[in-house]
Ligand binder design. Structure first.
Ligand code: FES
Length: 168
């Protein structure tokens, strides 16, 4: 093996390493922006989320007992779902565990179409979390919650949650 060949390989190795490092950095940035949580406090299995900073139409994700939970603040134009909407103050929110009810993938939300799309087998859910297309058999699960002023406390079965569960 000539010296030239070795240095060319080293160079290639370094280049690929560099590309990989940039790739990892870019995906961390992408993860950060899609997982940027609302101000929330997790303690003893409860996740407390302050909703007061959310804008109309905004989608965010928080973590609740190791699962992603979506929160969407509905605009006046968005379809209401009385059997699923969480009313806090004078705003309606859609809240659910963001796990596909087919085989457990994490569907992604598009603010443009106001739909969740599951890349695994093409399932779709509307902004209320109801299954609208493909193999998912049921809507996404509403986690137990209670409302405390402008805060949503995930992990406790408040009267608003019990009312929704009885309607479903
Ligand atoms: S896991 Fe979502 S459609 Fe199959």
């Amino acid at each position: 093996m000539g010296e030239k060949e070795v240095s060319r390989r080293d160079f290639l190795g370094m280049t690929l390493g560099g590309v990989a490092a940039v790739g990892v950095g870019a995906s961390l940035v992408a993860m950060k922006s899609s997982w940027d949580p609302l101000p929330s406090v997790v303690s003893a299995g409860f996740t407390t989320v302050d909703l007061s900073s959310m804008q109309d139409g905004e989608y965010r994700q928080v973590e609740y007992r190791g699962n992603p939970v979506y929160i969407i603040k509905k605009t006046a134009e968005m379809k209401k779902c009385e059997d699923r909407d969480v009313v806090v103050g004078n705003a309606d929110y859609s809240v659910g565990i963001q796990i596909c009810t087919h085989l457990g993938c994490i569907p992604s939300y598009s603010a443009d179409t106001t739909e969740f799309h599951c890349a695994c087998h093409g399932g779709k859910f509307d902004a209320c979390g109801k299954n609208t297309f493909g193999p998912p058999p049921t809507p996404m699960t509403i986690p137990p919650f209670k409302i405390d002023g402008q805060k949503l406390v995930l992990g406790e079965e408040g009267p608003e949650y019990l009312k929704l569960v009885n309607k479903a």
